[in-house]
Design a protein around this ligand. Sequence first.
Ligand SMILES: C[S@@+](CC[C@H](N)C(=O)[O-])C[C@H]1O[C@@H](n2cnc3c(N)ncnc32)[C@H](O)[C@@H]1O
Length: 391
Amino acid sequence: MTARIAASLPVPTADALAGSAALSRDIAARIEAAGGWIGFDRFMDLALYSPAQGYYAGGAHKFGAGGDFITAPELGSTFAQTLAAQAAQLLALTSPQIVEVGAGSGQLAADLLLELARRDQLPKCYGILEVSGELCARQHETLGKRAPHLLPRVRWLDHLPEHFDGLVLANEVLDAMPAHLVSWNGATIAERGVAVKDGQFIWSDRPANGRLLERARVLAAECAIAPGYLSEIALLAPAWVAQWAAILGHGALLLIDYGFPRREYYHPQRDAGTLMCHYRHHAHGEPFYLPGLQDITVHVDFTAIVEAGCAAGLDLLGYTTQSNFLFNCGLTEILARTPASDPMRYLPLANAAQKLVSPAEMGELFKVIALGKGISEPLLGFVNGDRSAAL
Ligand SMILES: C[S@@+](CC[C@H](N)C(=O)[O-])C[C@H]1O[C@@H](n2cnc3c(N)ncnc32)[C@H](O)[C@@H]1O
């Protein structure tokens, strides 16, 4: 399987291959130390976040044309400029502070701050909570180049704050949080994990137990899961949302990611789950391919996010597609700032906007969800096309 994938993908450099081999040895040693098996969530955690060679910790370019995948902020400034309308409303309703979680290359932070400055609605402080030291350095560089006068407002946090009022923003972070793999086989439910055989990672199933088994049983009943079904259960992402619920005083979480409500996530036809890997703009489903050199993601079960947030005291403030959200926030007006009679400037913007909202690209698969405390006013981004009832 891995050999077939390798034949169809760009060849990594010798240095990159050596780094991946070192990470693979490290993961294999950890599997042996754990008794010969680790859950897939642990494998994903090590492959992405291992401090030395993990994908997000290492030096791979990751985002944009020269990397492995493109995120909305990397398509240009339009996404952040449009999002700024919702950010400004939330800052005015709560407190003028933002924490961005998982800020990637720092493009969203730079563009959002520049647009909020243009609107004269700058936050007093823009915190960045980022697990990757390499990305923190890159974010600092981006902000230093693109918005040096705003850099004094930016703070890098090394842990979650104890209390926060304002806006917490995360674009494509939930999908990067490690998830469990579960295989439903009628009366038995197995956790699919990773073992090592002849120096290679292999899949290996063990009976699921504890909280995972509990969740898997509830899902089996709720979604009529049939024998032979394989999918993911993310325990970490909902727990992370619940953690924020305890931290937020007066404020909101605005989370943007790809995924579905539970009924669609665990649809009978989606019987191989949503696990996806990205390497140099090739998407495939083989997570053992060159650990540390490729991204590994799972789609978000937004029903689980809402359940966790609401059980922990948050209100659901809105849930809609990225397309609806951006149009509600004034995407058309943002585009109209650049005259169509100037095609060299206008066409790249129109092209990026098309990717952001087209149902065939990011417009429908990507969702925006807002959860908050102490906010009763309708939020701008959800005034048309709110789909909260689908959760
Ligand atoms: C797919 S990238 C998205 C980057 C950026 N938000 C964007 O849209 O371009 C995921 C980001 O989340 C970070 N990340 C993942 N889990 C995190 C966590 N628990 N806390 C903070 N950052 C996290 C990664 O290091 C990375 O910066």
